[in-house]
Design a protein around this ligand. Structure first.
Ligand SMILES: [Zn+2]
Length: 312
């Protein structure tokens, strides 16, 4: 910990040469920084609000690593995850389920619709729901629906989608931010980071032999906002990439057949990456309550919401 803070203190001066420099860090102090003892380095780090982990922040705050990429653009060699995270206040992400895979997340007044399909919007609160961001995971009709997108978007709405969806939209999503698995984009002056993650079938396929979801076509997403990492699985089976997820605070995991995976298989994957909070969703025809038993003894808070208000 102390080592990191010293390293951060050394590195922060390089980071601070970027446009978002704070005034007190602006003078070049590379020589002086090396002379700081541990206590001084700790104090300096706290004063600057820099951090390498949540421990370095006060209660109710988190270490916002998105800020690291914000102050040190890609390619700046001295910037790494240990150097310039910034402490920020933790704030709640509100979840409104619409139907099946469609939902609205809300954080600090920013509304994010995930896979909004027109039929699901009858369950949306308010007369004229508009959103700031729309995330689309895949080409299938329960995820990409142009009418649903058109109903929610304004001139300012940011749409994030995989290339296959934008291709399918034939020009209607031309302004979208296209990301693929392993790629990320920042929204709202880098307040929110959106990363595309893998989602695909391992064995479940159509009669034709084609997997329902081919690797690389669709995106699950990890959203970083409000001090939380929110994972949206997309349509997937229990793939290695899901098992390897780290530090997920909130997870939305699909579980239905024949397109994704049964509840039991989802539970195995969930045990592997241990989200703090789990929202089973996309579970048409399944009994997600089985998770109470399947995840017994795990420190995972399971949140059952009504994803099928109009019946299955
Ligand atoms: Zn689906």
């Amino acid at each position: 910990m102390k080592y990191f803070i010293i390293v951060m203190t050394l590195f922060v001066f390089a980071c601070e040469s970027q446009p978002e420099a704070t005034p007190e860090a602006a003078p070049a102090q590379t020589n002086g920084a090396a002379a700081l003892n541990e206590a001084e380095a700790d104090a300096k780090a706290k004063e600057l609000g820099i951090c390498a982990s949540d421990e370095a922040c006060s209660d109710g705050q988190f270490c916002n690593m998105a800020q690291c990429e914000s102050c040190c653009p890609p390619g700046v060699a001295v910037c790494n995850s240990a150097c310039c995270g910034r402490c920020a206040d933790k704030t709640e992400v509100k979840v409104t389920p619409l139907q099946h895979a469609s939902m609205i997340l809300e954080w600090e007044g920013i509304k994010i619709a995930v896979d909004p399909i027109e039929d699901a919007l009858k369950n949306a609160p308010g007369d004229e729901p508009k959103v700031d961001v729309i995330l689309v995971t895949d080409i299938h009709g329960d995820h990409y629906n142009q009418a649903g997108i058109d109903a929610l978007k304004t001139d300012k709405t940011i749409i994030v989608a995989p290339k296959a969806v934008v291709d399918m939209a034939e020009g209607k999503l031309d302004g979208a931010q296209v990301i693929g698995n392993g790629e990320a984009t920042f929204l709202f002056d880098k307040k929110i980071r959106v990363e595309g993650v893998a989602m695909y079938n391992l064995k479940r396929k159509r009669d034709s032999g084609e997997l329902f979801h081919i690797k690389g076509r669709g995106n699950g997403y990890i959203l970083e906002m409000g001090g939380q990492r929110v994972y949206l699985s997309g349509d997937t089976e229990c793939i290695d990439e899901m098992k390897a997820l780290k530090d997920i605070d909130v997870a939305f995991v699909c579980m239905n057949l024949p397109y994704t995976m049964p509840v039991e298989e989802a539970a195995e994957c969930i045990k592997a990456f241990k989200p703090k909070k789990l929202y089973p969703f996309h579970h048409r025809g399944q009994d997600p309550k089985k998770l109470d038993e399947l995840l017994k003894g795990e420190e995972i808070e399971i949140k059952y919401l009504n994803w099928y208000p109009a019946g299955q």
